[in-house]
Design a protein around this ligand. Structure first.
Ligand code: XMP
Length: 513
């Protein structure tokens, strides 16, 4: 399959370049800048990312252009553009003022193929301290802003080489999508053959030849990634796939049963393990959030391992690892700095081989693949839910009674979000990124009937976000908040006060622990 190679020089937005290329239905791989694949016949073009470095630093990342130049169309972004200009004899200097934020292309060469359908005045997003003060001989400027003379340039007419000082991959470069389309489709000649249906067909074939008649184990979490991985594998190898779903007793109300029945409806063979008592007893009296996480992580591996060991003929462990997990696991020199294995250590111990069918997909692509596999929207559209579950939403120690209170309150909130229709006919649930209730370690005085009460307070949390890195509190309608507050206080024994969390991330986080 055709692919674009994105060489990563360490920019925070390298992943976004990848997403934008995929949105153009074109496969791409993000690789460390010094790991260009030699002799890959599928490569149709190369993009060089930005970087926190300056090309003038002695330890700047440099590229061996010999392997690329003249062979592939190339687009340098920010540092990538500066590096090409510097390498081919131009000058890059530190600018007097660092340039961050919005700018407009005041002049541009509308005849250049990179700028097709982009109008003068187009908004772009800058983020750089260095600037290209002189282009190499034979290169020419194709766009400028009032403060950046070489906002975009190209090499000689017979060289397919372009550089842009701004970031076409970020949302605020309004013409960025068009520019990348011009590069990927018109200049590199992408056939736009990367689609969910295509991915399913080719991956099913690959899995069949990779796995053969072996048995595979997969840990399901109820989340989107592991569910899509399971259905994909099931399509490839049928009943040779065995799934294990561990209930640590800290899931949402009825979630274990709901999700099990959804999985059964999909034809998956799932072993459900109710291990709640083990987790409650190991967590008793534990207050520190990180200790809670460790106990749950280890407990999960123990239970999973014990179940997996019963499947004696298993040869593979499948995981729902997705592309961002793997990119985050590597720094730009390809060294692993963080492991994302959900069941760390298990494959080595059990002598299992790892199978990660979603390893090339971004989150939105996982959802598209899930839909194309016919997985119900109720599973695909689920909010993210932390692995340690309600444990990090019960502040202080955890008891079965507190879990019950929180599950009841959370169900009223989440079902309320699912049922509340917005003006455009959607639900509030679909409009927020994530929501849940926090049980506070606080009791407060109230009055119910003629009785004084002294009961628990809960906080509602709902946020909007695109990636959980930053988030804003969701501006839910007052009428909705009033209804949920009433429902919780009237129906959940033990709660007499409901608050709404109006903190954004940063400086707060989504979870309270
Ligand atoms: P924070 O609270 O850091 O959360 O803003 C960002 C996202 O990560 C989820 N989260 C976790 N997920 N294990 C997980 O699997 C955890 O320990 C954990 N802590 C937070 C959180 O729900 C949000 O989606």
């Amino acid at each position: 399959m055709q692919k674009i190679i994105i060489l990563d020089f360490g920019s925070q937005t390298t992943q976004l370049i990848g997403r934008r290329v995929r949105e153009l239905d074109t496969f791409c791989e993000i690789l460390p800048y010094n790991k260009f694949p030699a002799d890959d016949p599928d490569v149709i073009g190369v993009i060089l990312s930005g970087s926190p470095l300056s090309v003038n630093q002695p330890d700047a990342f440099r590229l061996d252009f010999g392997a690329l130049f003249g062979k592939y169309p190339m687009l340098g972004i920010c540092y990538g553009a500066q590096l090409m200009a510097d390498t081919f004899g131009g000058s890059v200097e530190s600018s007097d003022t660092r340039e961050y934020g919005r700018a407009n292309l005041s002049t541009l060469d509308v005849a250049d193929p990179l700028l097709k359908n982009i109008e003068p005045g187009a908004q772009v997003w800058m983020s750089h301290g260095d600037t290209i003060t002189r282009l190499p001989a034979g290169f020419r400027t194709i766009a400028s802003t009032p403060t950046v003379a070489n906002a975009a340039y190209r090499g000689a007419d017979d060289e397919k080489l372009w550089g842009v000082q701004f970031h076409p991959e970020v949302f605020h470069t309004l013409c960025g999508k068009q520019l990348l389309e011009n590069f990927v489709v018109d200049i590199c000649g992408s056939r736009r053959d990367w689609s969910a249906a295509h991915f399913v067909d080719t991956t099913v074939e690959e899995l069949r030849s990779q796995i053969g008649a072996d048995r595979v184990i997969l840990g399901l979490s109820g989340g989107v990634d592991s569910s899509v991985a399971a259905v994909l594998l099931h399509r490839a190898i049928g009943d040779k796939l065995t799934c294990i779903f561990v209930d640590h007793g800290l899931l949402r109300k009825d979630e274990f049963a709901d999700v099990m029945s959804l999985y059964e409806g999909l034809g998956l063979h799932v072993i459900g393990v109710d291990a709640s008592q083990k987790f409650y007893s190991e967590l008793a009296g534990v207050i520190d959030p990180e200790r809670k996480r460790k106990i749950i992580g280890k407990g999960f591996i123990d239970v999973f391992e014990a179940e997996a060991a019963k499947i004696t003929d298993a040869r593979w462990l499948a995981q729902g690892t997705i592309y961002p997990d793997r990119i985050e696991s590597m720094n730009i020199t390809g060294k692993v700095i963080k492991s994302h294995h959900n069941v760390g250590g298990l494959p080595e111990k059990m002598n299992l081989r790892i199978c990660e069918p979603l390893r090339w997909l971004f989150k939105d692509e996982v959802r598209r693949v899930g839909r194309s596999l016919g997985i119900p929207e109720r599973l695909i559209g689920r909010h993210p839910f932390p692995g340690p579950g309600l444990a990090v939403r019960i502040l202080g120690d955890i008891t079965p009674e507190k879990v019950r209170i929180l599950q009841e309150a959370d169900a009223l909130f989440i079902n309320g979000l699912r049922e509340w229709r917005t003006a455009d006919g959607d639900t509030l649930y679909n409009q927020v990124w994530q929501a849940g209730v926090i049980l506070l370690p606080v009791q407060s005085v109230g009055v119910m009937g003629d009785e004084r009460t002294y009961e628990q307070a809960v906080a509602l949390r709902a946020v909007t976000s695109t990636d959980a890195m930053t988030a804003d509190w969701a501006h839910l309608p007052y009428e909705f908040l009033a209804k949920v507050s009433n429902d919780i206080i009237n129906k959940v024994r033990g709660v007499n006060r409901v608050c709404y969390d109006i903190s954004s991330k940063p400086p707060a986080t989504i979870e309270w622990e």
